[in-house]
Design a protein around this ligand. Structure first.
Ligand code: AMP
Ligand code: ZN
Length: 434
Protein backbone atom coordinates (compact mmCIF):
# COMPACT_ATOMS: atom_id res chain seq x y z
CA UNK A 1 0.00 0.00 0.00
CA UNK A 2 1.40 3.38 -1.01
CA UNK A 3 0.65 5.89 1.73
CA UNK A 4 0.94 9.65 2.09
CA UNK A 5 1.07 9.33 5.85
CA UNK A 6 2.23 6.25 7.80
CA UNK A 7 -0.88 6.61 10.02
CA UNK A 8 -2.90 5.19 7.13
CA UNK A 9 -1.16 1.83 7.50
CA UNK A 10 -1.73 1.41 11.24
CA UNK A 11 -3.33 -1.85 12.36
CA UNK A 12 -6.38 -1.99 14.63
CA UNK A 13 -4.40 -2.44 17.83
CA UNK A 14 -2.27 0.59 17.09
CA UNK A 15 -5.31 2.67 16.11
CA UNK A 16 -7.08 1.84 19.39
CA UNK A 17 -3.95 2.60 21.40
CA UNK A 18 -3.54 5.98 19.72
CA UNK A 19 -7.24 6.77 20.12
CA UNK A 20 -7.04 6.14 23.87
CA UNK A 21 -4.18 8.62 24.27
CA UNK A 22 -5.76 11.20 21.99
CA UNK A 23 -9.19 10.88 23.55
CA UNK A 24 -7.74 11.62 26.95
CA UNK A 25 -5.92 14.64 25.54
CA UNK A 26 -9.10 15.79 23.87
CA UNK A 27 -11.12 15.60 27.07
CA UNK A 28 -8.40 17.50 28.87
CA UNK A 29 -8.28 20.14 26.14
CA UNK A 30 -12.09 20.37 26.04
CA UNK A 31 -12.28 21.23 29.72
CA UNK A 32 -10.53 24.49 28.86
CA UNK A 33 -13.75 25.56 27.13
CA UNK A 34 -16.40 26.86 29.56
CA UNK A 35 -19.12 24.73 27.93
CA UNK A 36 -17.34 21.40 28.40
CA UNK A 37 -15.84 22.33 31.75
CA UNK A 38 -19.31 22.85 33.16
CA UNK A 39 -20.93 19.94 31.41
CA UNK A 40 -18.29 17.36 32.36
CA UNK A 41 -18.26 18.65 35.94
CA UNK A 42 -22.05 18.43 36.09
CA UNK A 43 -21.94 14.82 34.89
CA UNK A 44 -19.16 13.99 37.36
CA UNK A 45 -16.66 13.00 34.69
CA UNK A 46 -12.97 13.27 35.55
CA UNK A 47 -10.05 13.00 33.14
CA UNK A 48 -8.84 9.84 34.85
CA UNK A 49 -12.12 8.13 33.94
CA UNK A 50 -10.99 8.10 30.32
CA UNK A 51 -8.40 5.40 29.73
CA UNK A 52 -9.47 3.55 26.58
CA UNK A 53 -11.29 4.43 23.36
CA UNK A 54 -14.30 2.53 24.72
CA UNK A 55 -14.56 5.06 27.54
CA UNK A 56 -16.03 7.46 24.99
CA UNK A 57 -19.36 6.00 26.06
CA UNK A 58 -19.07 7.63 29.45
CA UNK A 59 -19.04 11.07 27.85
CA UNK A 60 -22.07 13.22 26.99
CA UNK A 61 -23.20 13.90 23.43
CA UNK A 62 -22.88 17.30 21.77
CA UNK A 63 -25.62 18.50 19.42
CA UNK A 64 -25.90 21.23 16.85
CA UNK A 65 -28.17 23.08 19.30
CA UNK A 66 -25.35 23.00 21.88
CA UNK A 67 -23.00 24.58 19.38
CA UNK A 68 -25.56 27.22 18.45
CA UNK A 69 -26.24 28.04 22.09
CA UNK A 70 -22.53 28.67 22.60
CA UNK A 71 -22.39 31.11 19.68
CA UNK A 72 -20.08 32.91 19.24
CA UNK A 73 -17.19 32.00 21.55
CA UNK A 74 -18.41 29.56 24.23
CA UNK A 75 -16.58 26.52 22.89
CA UNK A 76 -13.11 27.97 22.57
CA UNK A 77 -10.45 25.94 24.32
CA UNK A 78 -7.62 28.36 23.58
CA UNK A 79 -7.26 32.15 23.89
CA UNK A 80 -8.44 34.09 20.87
CA UNK A 81 -4.90 35.13 19.99
CA UNK A 82 -4.09 31.50 19.12
CA UNK A 83 -6.88 31.27 16.57
CA UNK A 84 -6.24 31.98 12.93
CA UNK A 85 -9.44 31.11 11.07
CA UNK A 86 -13.12 30.34 11.42
CA UNK A 87 -15.57 28.48 9.21
CA UNK A 88 -19.31 28.02 9.45
CA UNK A 89 -21.70 25.27 8.58
CA UNK A 90 -23.92 25.80 5.53
CA UNK A 91 -27.67 25.95 5.17
CA UNK A 92 -28.62 26.83 8.69
CA UNK A 93 -31.15 29.30 9.93
CA UNK A 94 -30.57 31.47 13.00
CA UNK A 95 -27.07 31.59 14.43
CA UNK A 96 -24.68 29.60 12.28
CA UNK A 97 -22.46 26.90 13.72
CA UNK A 98 -18.99 28.38 13.83
CA UNK A 99 -15.77 26.38 14.13
CA UNK A 100 -12.44 27.94 15.08
CA UNK A 101 -8.99 26.75 14.13
CA UNK A 102 -5.48 27.30 15.39
CA UNK A 103 -2.54 27.20 12.96
CA UNK A 104 -1.91 23.67 14.24
CA UNK A 105 -5.50 22.67 13.45
CA UNK A 106 -5.22 23.98 9.91
CA UNK A 107 -2.00 22.07 9.47
CA UNK A 108 -3.59 18.80 10.62
CA UNK A 109 -6.55 19.41 8.36
CA UNK A 110 -4.42 20.10 5.27
CA UNK A 111 -2.49 16.88 5.99
CA UNK A 112 -5.73 14.90 6.21
CA UNK A 113 -7.03 16.26 2.92
CA UNK A 114 -3.67 15.67 1.22
CA UNK A 115 -3.78 12.09 2.50
CA UNK A 116 -7.23 11.54 0.95
CA UNK A 117 -6.20 12.99 -2.38
CA UNK A 118 -3.03 10.88 -2.50
CA UNK A 119 -5.06 7.77 -1.66
CA UNK A 120 -7.19 8.13 -4.80
CA UNK A 121 -4.15 8.61 -7.00
CA UNK A 122 -3.62 12.38 -7.17
CA UNK A 123 0.06 13.35 -7.34
CA UNK A 124 2.05 16.62 -7.44
CA UNK A 125 2.07 16.58 -11.25
CA UNK A 126 -1.74 16.78 -11.35
CA UNK A 127 -3.48 20.05 -12.18
CA UNK A 128 -6.32 20.37 -9.73
CA UNK A 129 -9.40 22.58 -10.11
CA UNK A 130 -11.49 23.21 -7.01
CA UNK A 131 -15.03 24.04 -8.10
CA UNK A 132 -16.62 24.46 -4.72
CA UNK A 133 -17.51 27.78 -3.14
CA UNK A 134 -14.74 29.54 -1.21
CA UNK A 135 -15.56 31.46 1.95
CA UNK A 136 -17.18 30.17 5.12
CA UNK A 137 -17.98 26.86 3.39
CA UNK A 138 -15.21 24.37 4.14
CA UNK A 139 -15.15 22.72 0.70
CA UNK A 140 -13.26 25.72 -0.71
CA UNK A 141 -10.28 26.43 1.53
CA UNK A 142 -10.32 22.94 3.10
CA UNK A 143 -9.73 21.14 -0.17
CA UNK A 144 -7.56 23.97 -1.47
CA UNK A 145 -4.92 23.73 1.23
CA UNK A 146 -4.90 19.93 1.00
CA UNK A 147 -4.22 20.13 -2.74
CA UNK A 148 -1.43 22.66 -2.24
CA UNK A 149 0.04 20.56 0.55
CA UNK A 150 0.16 17.60 -1.79
CA UNK A 151 1.92 19.82 -4.31
CA UNK A 152 -0.67 20.07 -7.07
CA UNK A 153 -0.98 23.14 -9.25
CA UNK A 154 -4.25 24.27 -7.66
CA UNK A 155 -6.85 26.39 -9.42
CA UNK A 156 -9.24 28.07 -6.94
CA UNK A 157 -12.07 28.28 -9.47
CA UNK A 158 -14.82 28.56 -6.87
CA UNK A 159 -18.45 27.69 -7.58
CA UNK A 160 -20.53 28.45 -10.65
CA UNK A 161 -19.75 30.39 -13.83
CA UNK A 162 -19.82 27.21 -15.89
CA UNK A 163 -18.36 28.66 -19.08
CA UNK A 164 -15.32 29.89 -17.18
CA UNK A 165 -14.97 26.52 -15.43
CA UNK A 166 -14.92 24.82 -18.81
CA UNK A 167 -12.33 27.24 -20.17
CA UNK A 168 -10.05 26.62 -17.17
CA UNK A 169 -10.48 22.85 -17.46
CA UNK A 170 -9.56 23.00 -21.10
CA UNK A 171 -6.78 25.61 -21.16
CA UNK A 172 -4.82 24.25 -18.21
CA UNK A 173 -5.42 20.60 -19.10
CA UNK A 174 -6.85 19.97 -15.64
CA UNK A 175 -6.53 16.33 -14.55
CA UNK A 176 -8.36 16.31 -11.20
CA UNK A 177 -11.33 18.23 -9.84
CA UNK A 178 -13.37 18.71 -6.70
CA UNK A 179 -17.03 19.23 -7.47
CA UNK A 180 -20.41 18.86 -5.78
CA UNK A 181 -22.26 15.94 -7.45
CA UNK A 182 -25.39 17.92 -8.40
CA UNK A 183 -23.19 20.60 -9.98
CA UNK A 184 -21.19 17.93 -11.84
CA UNK A 185 -24.44 16.74 -13.42
CA UNK A 186 -25.51 20.28 -14.22
CA UNK A 187 -22.14 21.15 -15.75
CA UNK A 188 -22.56 18.04 -17.92
CA UNK A 189 -25.65 19.63 -19.48
CA UNK A 190 -23.70 22.82 -20.17
CA UNK A 191 -21.11 20.75 -22.05
CA UNK A 192 -23.93 19.17 -24.05
CA UNK A 193 -25.38 22.57 -24.94
CA UNK A 194 -21.94 23.62 -26.20
CA UNK A 195 -21.67 20.41 -28.19
CA UNK A 196 -18.44 19.68 -26.36
CA UNK A 197 -17.70 16.17 -25.12
CA UNK A 198 -16.10 16.46 -21.65
CA UNK A 199 -14.36 13.14 -22.26
CA UNK A 200 -12.04 15.08 -24.58
CA UNK A 201 -10.62 16.92 -21.55
CA UNK A 202 -7.62 15.55 -19.63
CA UNK A 203 -9.66 14.75 -16.52
CA UNK A 204 -8.95 11.49 -14.72
CA UNK A 205 -10.14 11.96 -11.13
CA UNK A 206 -13.04 13.77 -9.46
CA UNK A 207 -13.60 14.19 -5.75
CA UNK A 208 -17.35 14.42 -5.18
CA UNK A 209 -19.04 15.13 -1.90
CA UNK A 210 -20.66 17.68 0.40
CA UNK A 211 -24.15 16.34 -0.30
CA UNK A 212 -25.84 12.95 -0.33
CA UNK A 213 -25.76 11.18 -3.67
CA UNK A 214 -26.20 7.61 -4.84
CA UNK A 215 -23.87 5.20 -6.56
CA UNK A 216 -25.97 5.61 -9.72
CA UNK A 217 -25.17 9.34 -9.63
CA UNK A 218 -21.47 8.61 -9.23
CA UNK A 219 -21.56 6.28 -12.24
CA UNK A 220 -23.26 8.97 -14.31
CA UNK A 221 -20.57 11.47 -13.39
CA UNK A 222 -17.89 8.93 -14.29
CA UNK A 223 -19.57 8.31 -17.66
CA UNK A 224 -20.10 11.95 -18.52
CA UNK A 225 -16.49 12.98 -17.87
CA UNK A 226 -14.67 9.69 -18.47
CA UNK A 227 -12.97 9.64 -15.06
CA UNK A 228 -13.06 7.96 -11.66
CA UNK A 229 -15.14 9.73 -9.01
CA UNK A 230 -14.44 9.27 -5.30
CA UNK A 231 -16.79 10.04 -2.45
CA UNK A 232 -15.56 12.67 -0.01
CA UNK A 233 -17.28 13.08 3.35
CA UNK A 234 -16.85 15.74 5.96
CA UNK A 235 -18.65 18.38 7.97
CA UNK A 236 -17.62 21.77 9.29
CA UNK A 237 -17.90 20.65 12.91
CA UNK A 238 -15.14 18.08 12.21
CA UNK A 239 -13.10 20.59 10.10
CA UNK A 240 -14.79 19.84 6.78
CA UNK A 241 -13.58 17.51 4.00
CA UNK A 242 -11.02 14.91 5.05
CA UNK A 243 -13.07 13.01 7.65
CA UNK A 244 -13.84 9.95 5.51
CA UNK A 245 -12.87 9.22 1.93
CA UNK A 246 -13.19 6.46 -0.59
CA UNK A 247 -10.07 4.55 -1.59
CA UNK A 248 -9.29 2.92 -4.93
CA UNK A 249 -11.67 0.04 -4.09
CA UNK A 250 -14.62 2.50 -4.28
CA UNK A 251 -16.49 0.52 -1.70
CA UNK A 252 -17.16 2.66 1.36
CA UNK A 253 -15.14 5.51 2.84
CA UNK A 254 -12.23 5.03 5.24
CA UNK A 255 -12.87 7.18 8.27
CA UNK A 256 -9.53 8.45 9.59
CA UNK A 257 -9.57 7.00 13.06
CA UNK A 258 -6.28 8.54 14.12
CA UNK A 259 -8.06 11.92 13.95
CA UNK A 260 -11.70 11.08 14.65
CA UNK A 261 -13.36 8.64 16.99
CA UNK A 262 -16.47 7.34 15.25
CA UNK A 263 -19.55 5.67 16.67
CA UNK A 264 -22.81 4.71 14.99
CA UNK A 265 -25.79 4.85 17.31
CA UNK A 266 -29.50 4.31 17.20
CA UNK A 267 -30.83 7.89 16.92
CA UNK A 268 -33.65 7.10 19.38
CA UNK A 269 -31.89 5.14 22.12
CA UNK A 270 -28.38 6.54 21.45
CA UNK A 271 -27.01 3.04 22.00
CA UNK A 272 -24.40 1.72 19.54
CA UNK A 273 -25.80 -0.39 16.69
CA UNK A 274 -23.99 -3.56 15.53
CA UNK A 275 -21.57 -3.25 12.59
CA UNK A 276 -23.43 -3.32 9.30
CA UNK A 277 -26.56 -1.73 10.74
CA UNK A 278 -27.62 1.79 9.83
CA UNK A 279 -27.62 4.48 12.48
CA UNK A 280 -26.50 8.01 13.21
CA UNK A 281 -22.81 8.79 12.90
CA UNK A 282 -21.34 10.34 16.05
CA UNK A 283 -17.85 11.85 15.87
CA UNK A 284 -15.26 13.09 18.33
CA UNK A 285 -12.26 15.18 17.28
CA UNK A 286 -9.01 13.57 18.45
CA UNK A 287 -6.47 16.17 17.42
CA UNK A 288 -8.20 19.55 17.55
CA UNK A 289 -6.73 22.26 19.75
CA UNK A 290 -8.88 25.34 19.19
CA UNK A 291 -12.29 23.77 19.50
CA UNK A 292 -12.43 20.09 20.45
CA UNK A 293 -15.88 18.51 20.06
CA UNK A 294 -16.96 15.41 21.94
CA UNK A 295 -19.52 12.90 20.58
CA UNK A 296 -21.02 15.20 17.99
CA UNK A 297 -24.35 13.94 16.68
CA UNK A 298 -23.93 14.48 12.95
CA UNK A 299 -27.55 13.48 12.06
CA UNK A 300 -25.97 11.66 9.09
CA UNK A 301 -27.19 8.11 8.60
CA UNK A 302 -24.72 5.43 7.60
CA UNK A 303 -23.25 2.11 8.77
CA UNK A 304 -19.84 0.61 9.36
CA UNK A 305 -19.04 -1.75 6.51
CA UNK A 306 -18.01 -5.11 7.88
CA UNK A 307 -14.92 -6.93 6.58
CA UNK A 308 -11.52 -5.79 5.46
CA UNK A 309 -10.85 -3.44 2.59
CA UNK A 310 -8.75 -4.92 -0.23
CA UNK A 311 -6.56 -1.79 -0.14
CA UNK A 312 -5.15 -2.94 3.20
CA UNK A 313 -6.07 0.13 5.25
CA UNK A 314 -7.59 -0.82 8.58
CA UNK A 315 -9.33 2.46 9.33
CA UNK A 316 -12.97 1.40 9.36
CA UNK A 317 -15.14 2.18 6.35
CA UNK A 318 -18.52 3.85 6.46
CA UNK A 319 -21.13 3.39 3.76
CA UNK A 320 -22.18 6.34 1.63
CA UNK A 321 -24.49 8.66 3.57
CA UNK A 322 -28.04 7.42 3.16
CA UNK A 323 -29.40 10.80 4.14
CA UNK A 324 -29.78 12.93 7.19
CA UNK A 325 -32.04 11.99 10.03
CA UNK A 326 -33.82 15.31 9.39
CA UNK A 327 -34.13 14.70 5.60
CA UNK A 328 -36.62 11.92 5.98
CA UNK A 329 -40.21 12.78 5.19
CA UNK A 330 -43.32 10.85 6.01
CA UNK A 331 -46.12 10.52 3.50
CA UNK A 332 -49.18 8.38 4.23
CA UNK A 333 -47.26 6.89 7.12
CA UNK A 334 -44.34 5.77 4.96
CA UNK A 335 -40.84 6.98 5.77
CA UNK A 336 -39.07 8.15 2.63
CA UNK A 337 -35.54 9.41 2.05
CA UNK A 338 -34.76 11.56 -0.99
CA UNK A 339 -31.86 9.22 -1.81
CA UNK A 340 -34.29 6.36 -2.45
CA UNK A 341 -35.90 8.47 -5.15
CA UNK A 342 -32.55 9.56 -6.58
CA UNK A 343 -31.44 5.97 -6.74
CA UNK A 344 -34.36 5.01 -8.96
CA UNK A 345 -34.17 8.09 -11.18
CA UNK A 346 -30.45 8.11 -11.81
CA UNK A 347 -30.47 4.44 -12.84
CA UNK A 348 -32.90 5.17 -15.69
CA UNK A 349 -31.24 6.16 -18.98
CA UNK A 350 -34.20 8.33 -20.03
CA UNK A 351 -33.84 10.56 -16.99
CA UNK A 352 -31.76 13.73 -17.30
CA UNK A 353 -29.54 15.35 -14.69
CA UNK A 354 -31.97 17.01 -12.30
CA UNK A 355 -35.11 16.30 -10.33
CA UNK A 356 -37.21 17.87 -7.58
CA UNK A 357 -39.45 16.23 -5.01
CA UNK A 358 -42.53 18.26 -4.09
CA UNK A 359 -44.65 17.35 -1.10
CA UNK A 360 -48.16 18.75 -1.35
CA UNK A 361 -51.65 18.31 -0.03
CA UNK A 362 -54.51 17.06 -2.13
CA UNK A 363 -57.56 17.63 0.04
CA UNK A 364 -56.52 16.11 3.33
CA UNK A 365 -54.06 13.71 1.81
CA UNK A 366 -50.36 14.17 1.39
CA UNK A 367 -49.02 13.57 -2.05
CA UNK A 368 -45.54 13.21 -3.50
CA UNK A 369 -44.92 14.85 -6.85
CA UNK A 370 -41.61 14.25 -8.57
CA UNK A 371 -40.53 16.60 -11.34
CA UNK A 372 -38.05 14.84 -13.54
CA UNK A 373 -35.89 16.28 -16.29
CA UNK A 374 -35.88 14.00 -19.29
CA UNK A 375 -32.97 13.74 -21.70
CA UNK A 376 -33.38 15.71 -24.93
CA UNK A 377 -33.49 12.61 -27.15
CA UNK A 378 -36.36 11.11 -25.13
CA UNK A 379 -38.40 14.30 -25.14
CA UNK A 380 -40.55 13.46 -28.15
CA UNK A 381 -43.78 14.99 -29.41
CA UNK A 382 -45.70 11.74 -29.16
CA UNK A 383 -47.87 11.94 -26.06
CA UNK A 384 -48.28 8.17 -25.89
CA UNK A 385 -44.53 7.69 -25.60
CA UNK A 386 -44.27 10.33 -22.90
CA UNK A 387 -47.19 8.92 -20.91
CA UNK A 388 -45.65 5.47 -21.06
CA UNK A 389 -42.40 6.86 -19.73
CA UNK A 390 -44.25 8.73 -17.00
CA UNK A 391 -46.01 5.53 -15.94
CA UNK A 392 -42.73 3.59 -16.01
CA UNK A 393 -41.01 6.09 -13.71
CA UNK A 394 -44.00 6.16 -11.34
CA UNK A 395 -44.07 2.40 -11.14
CA UNK A 396 -40.30 2.08 -10.50
CA UNK A 397 -40.61 4.69 -7.76
CA UNK A 398 -43.56 2.88 -6.29
CA UNK A 399 -41.51 -0.31 -6.01
CA UNK A 400 -38.94 1.64 -3.99
CA UNK A 401 -41.00 3.99 -1.81
CA UNK A 402 -44.24 1.98 -1.62
CA UNK A 403 -46.52 4.81 -2.61
CA UNK A 404 -47.27 5.97 -6.14
CA UNK A 405 -46.00 9.49 -6.77
CA UNK A 406 -47.28 11.89 -9.42
CA UNK A 407 -44.56 12.24 -12.03
CA UNK A 408 -44.13 15.37 -14.17
CA UNK A 409 -41.73 15.12 -17.08
CA UNK A 410 -39.94 18.35 -17.86
CA UNK A 411 -37.37 19.41 -20.44
CA UNK A 412 -33.64 19.43 -19.66
CA UNK A 413 -32.39 22.45 -17.69
CA UNK A 414 -35.82 23.64 -16.58
CA UNK A 415 -35.55 22.81 -12.88
CA UNK A 416 -33.68 25.21 -10.60
CA UNK A 417 -30.05 24.17 -10.24
CA UNK A 418 -27.77 25.40 -7.52
CA UNK A 419 -24.04 26.03 -7.35
CA UNK A 420 -23.90 24.83 -3.77
CA UNK A 421 -25.64 21.90 -2.15
CA UNK A 422 -28.74 20.90 -4.09
CA UNK A 423 -32.18 21.39 -2.58
CA UNK A 424 -34.05 18.20 -3.44
CA UNK A 425 -37.29 18.52 -1.49
CA UNK A 426 -39.86 21.30 -1.62
CA UNK A 427 -42.35 20.73 1.18
CA UNK A 428 -45.53 22.68 0.41
CA UNK A 429 -47.76 20.95 2.92
CA UNK A 430 -47.78 23.91 5.28
CA UNK A 431 -47.02 24.00 8.97
CA UNK A 432 -49.26 21.08 9.84
CA UNK A 433 -47.97 18.93 7.05
CA UNK A 434 -45.13 17.20 8.89
P1 AMP B 1 -21.33 21.48 6.07
O1 AMP B 1 -20.75 21.39 7.41
O2 AMP B 1 -22.24 22.65 5.94
O3 AMP B 1 -20.31 21.43 5.00
O4 AMP B 1 -22.29 20.24 5.86
C1 AMP B 1 -21.89 18.95 6.23
C2 AMP B 1 -22.95 17.95 5.84
O5 AMP B 1 -22.96 17.75 4.43
C3 AMP B 1 -22.74 16.60 6.43
O6 AMP B 1 -23.17 16.51 7.75
C4 AMP B 1 -23.55 15.73 5.47
O7 AMP B 1 -24.92 15.81 5.79
C5 AMP B 1 -23.33 16.40 4.14
N1 AMP B 1 -22.24 15.72 3.41
C6 AMP B 1 -20.96 16.08 3.34
N2 AMP B 1 -20.26 15.21 2.57
C7 AMP B 1 -21.13 14.27 2.15
C8 AMP B 1 -21.04 13.10 1.33
N3 AMP B 1 -19.92 12.72 0.76
N4 AMP B 1 -22.15 12.37 1.16
C9 AMP B 1 -23.32 12.75 1.72
N5 AMP B 1 -23.48 13.83 2.48
C10 AMP B 1 -22.40 14.59 2.70
ZN1 ZN C 1 -9.64 0.81 1.17
Amino acid sequence: MECYNPAEAMDRARILELQAVRLKNTVYQATRAPFYRERLAREGIRIQDVATAEDIRKLPFTTKEDLRAQYPYGLLAVPLKHLVRLHASSGTTGSPTVIFHTAGDLNTWAELVARCMFMVGIRPNDVFQNMSGYGLFTGGLGIHYGAERLGCLTIPAGAGNSKRQIKLLQDFRVTAIHIIPSYALHLGTVFTSLDFDPKLLSLRIALIGAEPHTDATRKRIEDIYGLKAFNSYGLSEMNGPGVAFECGAQNGMHLWEDSYLAEIVDPETLEPVPDGQIGELVLTTLTREGMPIIRYRTRDLTRFLPGECPCGRQHRRIDRILGRADDMFIVKGVNIYPMQIENVLMSMPEVGQNYLIILEKKGFLDQVRVKVEIREEFFVEDMRVLSALQAKIASRLRDEILITPKVDLVEPNTLPSSEGKAVRVDDRRGLNGQ
